[in-house]
Design a protein around this ligand. Structure first.
Ligand SMILES: Cc1ncc(COP(=O)(O)O)c(C=O)c1O
Length: 402
């Protein structure tokens, strides 16, 4: 007898993790797949001294269970620091600390999705969100994007198409800042228009913002990356932020800011999932904020990833100019390339592996079965030499299928 639930029968493995893990099994492989932060920019010395100080105090709470909501001083620091700086005015009751923003996606889904509900997502969208919503038995409808972000007439048409068949979308999931995978930065007018569209259609917005502080040279004002949540007067936006890319992902500390009722329900869902996030991790992050570590390392992180972006673009120009197309990302971790006509991401992936380089299939980010003409290349984790060599290998694999 099969004991699995219907939901578990359909669970999806994350394409990013599957391809990201290949590095361990193929010797000499250069991974441009996983969007891992660079360990060279982790603040090792600060973390060593913070953890030593925390443990030296022998305060039982440091290694104890904690409140499900999270460590209060951390939430208070977020409210008056990071969130206020991003223009978000929230209160303690609106915030919940999550185990990575991946848990935020899962908790938001648990609170909002009934089996069969429709969720609107960008084409392409973050594959980890696809997995989270899919595993909760949500159905997804894709909305195309242009250079400024989500295509709002297409959003209206998608919603009209759904309602013509008696279906209604529950919420729309967006990553306005340096989207994973396409690197897009949604323009400010488009953000405001999206908020207005959400009001018109009575939709919630789930805004995922792990990359907002990783901006490059031409993003000059905070207005460029101002979260949609900052202009949310009606309580329509659930906002997810994370310390994974601006500190370290191994501490698994992130947060959700939500309309109060949703925050309360998310707290109950979290209680059942893991009781509470790690008290130790949250205290480490709190100390890192309190000692100014996060702010101090931010300019270095931006310079580090910008330089890698440039190395990758130079390597692409040198080896594949005219063959692949891309828009230069203004922040984040990824270059999203359009492959030459006739080159399919799956076929290319097999060749690339033989050439010992990996990437993530473009189609893994599309909920409509399309996207086979794209590939996501992460420039975050590899070093400059690996990026250049990896692109050289990828170019050879592309020419072989071209
Ligand atoms: C768009 C997006 N959302 C959420 C996550 C999850 O991040 P974490 O759980 O480490 O905060 C990632 C990680 O790559 C991401 O790119």
């Amino acid at each position: 007898m099969n004991h699995l639930s219907h939901a578990a029968e359909q669970f999806q493995e994350s394409a990013i993790r599957r391809t990201g893990m290949l590095g361990a099994t193929v010797p000499g492989l250069i991974s441009l797949a996983a969007g891992y932060p660079a360990p060279e920019v982790f603040p090792w010395d600060d973390l060593q001294s913070i953890t030593a100080d925390l443990l030296a105090r022998r305060d039982g709470n440091t290694l104890q269970y904690g409140a499900t909501r999270g460590y209060r001083p951390l939430i208070e620091h977020l409210l008056s620091g990071t969130l206020a700086a991003r223009g978000i005015a929230a209160q303690f009751e609106d915030v919940i600390i999550t185990t990575g923003s991946q848990q935020g996606l899962d908790l938001a889904g648990r609170v909002l999705i009934d089996p069969g509900d429709v969720i609107l997502v960008e084409l392409p969208t973050y594959s980890g969100a696809i997995s989270a919503f899919h595993n909760l038995q949500g159905r997804m409808a894709g909305v195309p994007q242009d250079a400024e972000g989500l295509d709002l007439p297409a959003l209206d048409a998608t919603i009209a198409g759904l309602s013509a068949t008696g279906q209604r979308a529950k919420f729309i999931y967006v990553t306005p800042n340096f989207q994973n995978p396409a690197g897009n930065l949604m323009s400010r007018p488009r953000r405001l228009a999206l908020l207005e569209a959400a009001r018109r259609h009575d939709l919630l917005i789930l805004e995922d913002d792990p990359y907002g502080s990783i901006y490059f040279e031409d993003v000059t004002t905070a207005a460029d990356t101002r979260p949609i949540k900052a202009d949310d007067a009606e309580g329509r936006v659930i906002y997810l932020g994370s310390f994974s890319k601006v500190l370290v992902p191994g501490l698994r500390v992130a947060w959700m800011v939500a309309p109060r009722m949703i925050a309360q329900k998310a707290e109950l869902a979290k209680q059942a999932a893991d009781i509470c996030g790690s008290a130790f991790d949250q205290r480490i992050v709190h100390s890192a904020l309190d000692r100014g570590v996060v702010d101090r390392i931010a300019p270095g992180l931006r310079a580090h990833y910008q330089a890698k972006r440039t190395v990758m673009e130079q390597a692409l120009t040198a080896t594949l100019a005219g063959r692949v197309k891309w828009t230069s990302p203004r922040g984040g971790f990824f270059l999203w390339i359009e492959l030459p006509a006739g080159v399919d991401d799956c076929a290319l992936f097999d060749r690339a592996l033989k050439a010992k380089v990996s990437f993530v299939l473009g189609s893994a980010f599309f909920v409509n079965g399309q996207g086979h003409q794209f590939a996501r290349l992460a420039f975050s984790g590899a070093n400059h030499e690996q990026i250049s060599e990896g692109i050289g290998r990828l170019a050879a694999a592309i020419m072989a299928t071209d």
